[in-house]
Design a protein around this ligand. Structure first.
Ligand code: F3S
Length: 285
């Protein structure tokens, strides 16, 4: 059995940066004074490690006492949380990814210039919730091209089109094409980040030449879910797992080439453990 890893795999720049900032805070401040609102990134192993180091992981900003520190999410916090922190003298350790920040800046620009904003994204994803909160929720969110076809939006003559950083570029192209039927002016910003695009392409390429794909990453990680979707769309048998305990020996029966890829929030050591386990399983049958 041959195991082939995707050309582009694992941590992206934004995730590395966020983790480094959080670790830097742990190195210089008492862990007890540090709070993390939800998940800094969507990966269970990373969150577990921060818990072990003593960081308080909380669900609501009201759980952070005054004069303590709040480590934000790589996907950004919502405006209400930022305002609460200011009012209560909670100091923010900002880990928002610069590409997500750029998405905020473009949306603000479009709003100032009077464009109706349409965003390809998932309404429940923290990145989109954060973005919407800074533009007074004045945007249409679409999950795919079908949302445009099926819903009765009232489109304006000036539209600005953006995307969540982890969406599929091909889906964005399809939407651009159809949007010209609805408006006179369309401004499009490609806000899908490069790390996402590279991992998506590498996954497609690999899925075409293997008998089975294992996609590694948090089950709640949007970019990992997207890799699973792309791999399945190629037509290859695909499994999404978070750790080696979720591997099943039956996945590998009669398979010669195994493809491995992982989301941008998956640490390399998690991938390596899984590769090691697959090798062991291979020896056992
Ligand atoms: Fe940032 Fe792209 Fe990673 S938006 S967090 S570099 S997936």
């Amino acid at each position: 059995m041959e195991i082939i890893k995707a050309k582009d795999i694992g941590f992206c720049f934004g995730v590395r940066r966020a983790i480094k900032r959080a670790e830097n805070a742990i190195a210089h401040l008492p862990a007890n004074d540090l709070y993390m609102l939800g998940e800094i990134i969507h990966n269970p192993q990373v969150i577990r490690e921060f818990k072990i180091k003593g960081i308080n992981i909380i669900k609501e900003i009201s759980q952070v006492p005054s004069n303590k520190y709040l480590i934000t999410r790589a996907h950004g916090i919502v405006k209400r949380e930022e305002d609460y922190a200011k009012r209560n003298n909670i100091r923010l350790i900002d880990t928002i990814c610069p590409y997500v920040k750029k998405l905020h800046q473009i949306a603000n620009f479009l709003q100032r210039e009077g464009y109706q904003i349409i965003i390809l994204g998932d309404i429940n994803h923290p990145e989109i919730r954060s973005l919407l909160s800074y533009i007074d929720h004045r945007a249409y969110i679409i999950q795919s091209i079908n949302d445009i076809k099926c819903q009765s939006f009232e489109f304006s003559k000036k539209i600005g089109l953006l995307s969540q950083t982890t969406k599929d570029l091909k889906e964005l192209y399809k939407i651009i094409k159809i949007m010209f039927n609805y408006t006179d002016e369309l401004r499009v910003f490609n806000t899908i980040c490069k790390a996402t695009r590279l991992r998506q392409q590498a996954t497609r390429d690999l899925a075409k030449i293997v008998d089975l794909m294992i996609v590694i990453g948090g089950l709640n990680s949007a970019n990992t879910q997207r890799l699973v979707h792309l791999s399945k769309a190629v037509g290859v048998e695909t499994y999404h797992i978070e750790d080696e305990k979720q591997l099943n020996i039956n996945y590998f029966r009669n398979k010669r080439k195994i493809g491995i890829t992982s989301g941008t929030s998956t640490p390399d050591y998690v991938t390596e453990k899984i590769v090691k386990k697959i090798r062991e399983l291979n020896h056992n049958y």
